[in-house]
Design a protein around this ligand. Structure first.
Ligand code: PMV
Length: 291
């Protein structure tokens, strides 16, 4: 039986979420967890999935390639949905790529980026494109809306911990709308906050390239996201405690207010100290290597 398989990674935003929607730069990295899709023959159309595809990405991706008949899709995900790991982009890319191969029409990376972004529009409304960039091209990326995608290297491996502050109730689309509303009512203040976040992405790239400590830049980005109003109470308390101990911490992804704020990116130049702290707290975490 002829099968086509694809695996695409999730992502973690190192800096620049929300600001990237307004044209400022962001830094994003793929991670080594992702989504695998297998396509094979069947009579009719069948999907077997362990992933909660709330946004209907599978349907959209399948329709984009005209492959809605005589195929069976099997989706296996290592990424939780809606937690800032780019699961909708990874799912879109994996379905498109596997279907393309199965239908005998393999898709180039640039085309895959455009099609994945189409699918993302379903989940986000007006996505910047940063998630598909990390998922499709992989590695460590300096990104600007309008398809500036620069892969860059670090001179050492950086380990981050991604800890869970709780699943957000709001979607990414809701959180982007919250910032948009504030941008309309307080354009000068919010404009300044977003512009400073953009500057941090620029500085963080330099710090990564030069192998410098990252705590101060990560913390400043975290505080600015709090000023934007996308970080809830629990994530703020966790961040405050971590910062008082010298760790770097920020939310990664769109954030959330009424429930949790999703995943938080944490760093420290002595990674063992951070690991011991997170373990002692009993917080759920994933270790991510970048660069
Ligand atoms: O998909 P998330 O939750 O990681 O958020 C993406 C980042 C935003 O800047 C909030 C939205 C976007 O389209 O860039």
């Amino acid at each position: 039986m002829l099968l086509a398989k694809s695996f695409f990674p999730g992502k973690v935003l190192l800096s620049g979420e929300h600001a990237v929607v307004y044209g400022f730069p962001a830094l994003v990295s793929s991670i080594d967890l992702g989504i695998r899709v297998t396509v094979g023959p069947c009579s009719g159309f069948e999907v077997e999935s362990d992933f909660n595809d709330e946004a209907g990405i599978i349907d959209k991706a399948t329709k984009l390639l005209g492959g809605e008949s005589n195929v069976k899709l099997r989706v296996e995900s290592e990424l939780p949905s809606g937690s800032g790991f780019g699961s909708s982009a990874a799912l879109g890319a994996a379905v498109l790529d596997a279907l393309g191969k199965y239908l005998g029409k393999p898709i180039s990376n640039d085309k895959l980026y455009d099609l994945t972004l189409e699918c993302e529009k379903l989940a986000h409304g007006n996505p910047s494109g940063v998630d598909p960039a990390a998922v499709v091209y992989g590695g460590l990326i300096y990104f600007r809306k309008g398809k500036v995608i620069e892969r860059f290297k670090t001179n050492k491996r950086n380990t981050f911990f991604v800890i869970n502050s709780g699943k957000p109730i709001e979607s990414t689309k809701d959180m982007v709308a919250i910032v948009d509303k504030r941008m309309k009512s307080e354009p000068e203040y919010i404009g300044r906050v977003l512009s400073e976040i953009g500057q941090i992405s620029f500085d963080l790239r330099k710090a990564l390239e030069n192998g410098e400590d990252l705590e101060d830049l990560i913390n400043r980005n975290g505080e600015l996201l709090e000023d934007l109003g996308v970080v809830g109470e629990r994530a703020m308390l966790m961040s405050r405690e971590m910062r008082s101990l010298g760790f770097g911490v920020k939310i990664t992804g769109a954030g959330g207010l009424r429930g949790g704020s999703g995943m938080m990116l944490c760093c420290h130049h002595e990674i063992g100290k951070l690991e011991a702290f997170v373990k002692e707290k009993g917080w759920e975490y994933i270790k991510v290597n970048v660069g």
